[in-house]
Write a protein that binds this ligand. Sequence first.
Ligand SMILES: Nc1nc2c(c(=O)[nH]1)N[C@H]1C(S)=C(S)[C@@H](COP(=O)(O)OP(=O)(O)OC[C@H]3O[C@@H](n4cnc5c(=O)[nH]c(N)nc54)[C@H](O)[C@@H]3O)O[C@H]1N2
Ligand SMILES: Nc1nc2c(c(=O)[nH]1)N[C@H]1C(S)=C(S)[C@@H](COP(=O)(O)OP(=O)(O)OC[C@H]3O[C@@H](n4cnc5c(=O)[nH]c(N)nc54)[C@H](O)[C@@H]3O)O[C@H]1N2
Ligand code: SF4
Ligand SMILES: [Mo]
Length: 717
Amino acid sequence: MQRQCPLCEAHCGIRVTVQDDVVLRIEGDPDDVLSRGYVCPKGTALKALHEDPERLRTPLRRVGDVFEEISWAEAFDLAGRRMRAVRREHGRDAVGAYFGNPTAHSTAVLAIEGLKKVLRSRNVFSAASIDQFPQYLASELMFGDHTILPIIDIDHTDHLLVLGANPAVSNGSITTMPDARRRVKDVVARGGRVVVVDPRRTETARLASEHVAIRPGGDPHLLLAMLHVVFRDGLDRVPVWASGLEDVRRVVADRTPERAAAACGIDAPSIERLARDFALARSAVAYGRLGVCHHTTGTVTHWLINVLNVVTGNLDRTGGAMFTTPPVDLGRVLRLLWGASSHGTYRSRGAGLPDLNGELPVAAMADEMTRPGPGRVRALVVASGNPALSIPDGRAMQEALQGLDFLVCVDLYLTETSRLADLVLPPVSQLERSELDVVFPAFSVRNNARWSPRAIEPAPDALEDWDILLGLATEQLAGPGSGVLRRVVRRVLRVVDAHQVTSLLILVGPQGPFSKARGSRLPRGRRGLTARRVRSIPGGIDLGPLEPRLPGILRTADRTVHLAPAELLDALPPAPTGVRLGAEADGFDLQLIGRRHLRSNNSWLHNVPAMVKGAERCTALMHPDDAAARALSAGDVVEVTSSVGSVRLPLDVSDEVRPGVVSIPHGWGHDSEGSRWSTASARPGVNVNLLTDSTLVDALSGNAAVNATRVRVAQAP
Ligand SMILES: Nc1nc2c(c(=O)[nH]1)N[C@H]1C(S)=C(S)[C@@H](COP(=O)(O)OP(=O)(O)OC[C@H]3O[C@@H](n4cnc5c(=O)[nH]c(N)nc54)[C@H](O)[C@@H]3O)O[C@H]1N2
Ligand SMILES: Nc1nc2c(c(=O)[nH]1)N[C@H]1C(S)=C(S)[C@@H](COP(=O)(O)OP(=O)(O)OC[C@H]3O[C@@H](n4cnc5c(=O)[nH]c(N)nc54)[C@H](O)[C@@H]3O)O[C@H]1N2
Ligand code: SF4
Ligand SMILES: [Mo]
């Protein structure tokens, strides 16, 4: 059977061969309209994940130091009683929620909105605020809605400028581009140029025409100087639907390449050339992702990336940054549920970080669980997340989780987080669920609609995330008569499933029969997409290349793209006058950045033997000059220390990283007592978030700025 791999944003099509409920083989699906046969090693690991004896199959309740298996009815009853009691005693903000990365990869994404609706808590968090919050906020301020996200038209561009992304490994993020390696190589093969701006010579940089080893955090300076050159040399081609141009011209007027050079570690002639190459290309697109999100300047940098695309005439045109026409308009769904996109409606009690669309930044999460007073989180739902490893200041986070009155985790495993839970609710495995992808067509390089049937029949009493999250939501209903209400809602949920909801959303969506949206490209004679049609075509439906959609989809009051929102102008980093180089006064003389690996997926594929075999991957990587200066060599165990904590791990030495930088991957640190993944804990690695500081954030969005962490490295005693 043909379906998709839901592990990362690429959502590759896979063929799963099953006999007598046993998976024999998983391979890439050549019929898939987006991935055309590509699959990475993680995709084939879905079999091992499904079969993993340590994957949970039954709800678990904590009794003292151990877990015991209970029925679903008992589990929901327990969750309901405990959470309603916390709410009764301490108010609705005392029940919080954290939604992790995999929630976006199934219909759980719709169910969490239901849970949020009944919780009505200020204390809702998600992995998005250690990820794409800066992109959301830049979109909100410029396009009027955080869901209007530009996607790179990599398959048609003549010039790709990558800042802080490594699609050759990640396979694309906020641009779904399975087999990104081939797509990057194709740009070069058709005579185009790929420039990768990254402190590390990454897997993507090795495929590129040029690698520019920027100082971490230097991106806004580089972009301001590139814009300076574009205007100075009269290379701007600004579309009519953009406003605020004069303000942009004004703020870049003194941002010369010479002034930017030291701040970004790139010499002025190179900056000039990068700017001219970009602006003079037939089509060009600048693309930024995590490397630039994870900085104190995250939102400013994404704004400048968008501005560069707009003023060179490359937003909303083929080969530039474009907008999709997906089957489901998630922005509209969210607006129906929550009203217009909003920012800073309320703030976290401690650090005063602003909400973005009803979600507080994770950088404030541990503090909101421990800071006394009204509004303190005492009960928490964690759905498909592992905050114990994924959030800055891991020690504080783990202590805060431990201090909760009630923690319920919806997870497949006893992880570093769920081991601390009072109740663990495991959904079916990825191969046991069926779904219509409602998220990633909105981010894909081609418009598409794809259906994933289940490959394996789940056990009769097994539940999907959808059922579990809505079950938890039902249990929140409280007040007079609520017992009856809960019974009625339970009945209703037995007949209303995720498929009915997604079918309806497609029917009224931009590709549906009633839509007049531009960019709908159904084959002639077949008007309007329906879920039934999507389900009937294995490999999915190709709805054509991305098409120009501006200004129609803008949600700003004046229907223009705002090039110069006041918040962003105010937040510009000062023009550099002199830059501190070398040792910092506090002795933290290196800057910490992350890296991803093709066989990892954040914190949770390390229990699959094939995903962790081979050389140790959780290592500190530094430049030979930095190693020599500290009398260190490859293989040494080093101690890496920040103002927050320290970790010990093996050293790797390579000139692929820029001097002054040390790179450690995240998602490791599987040595906690009580977690239950024996393969992972045999080679635990260390949790890099024991070093990162939850007070380092992008000032505007509150996104965690983990790449701004300063450390020192020495031989471990
Ligand atoms: N220092 C540093 N920290 C980072 C990052 C970084 O680059 N550097 N990256 C950040 C980013 S981009 C992200 S997205 C976050 C991720 O942060 P999280 O989302 O908190 O963590 P994950 O490691 O993705 O954990 C996912 C959990 O969900 C479980 N799971 C997997 N599939 C399912 C499912 O279908 N249903 C359910 N219920 N559970 C499931 C897994 O067992 C695992 O425990 O980490 C962030 N943290
Ligand atoms: N194999 C695999 N694929 C994944 C994941 C995974 O864990 N494994 N995770 C998924 C998730 S949740 C996400 S969000 C995406 C992330 O997708 P990407 O953003 O493409 O992935 P990263 O590897 O985090 O790339 C960030 C890059 O930024 C660079 N960088 C660090 N600091 C700076 C800086 O200051 N300036 C610049 N210009 N560059 C900098 C880093 O060296 C790194 O190469 O990947 C997804 N895909
Ligand atoms: S790149 Fe790998 S993990 Fe991501 S969807 Fe494709 S097969 Fe799955
Ligand atoms: Mo992410």
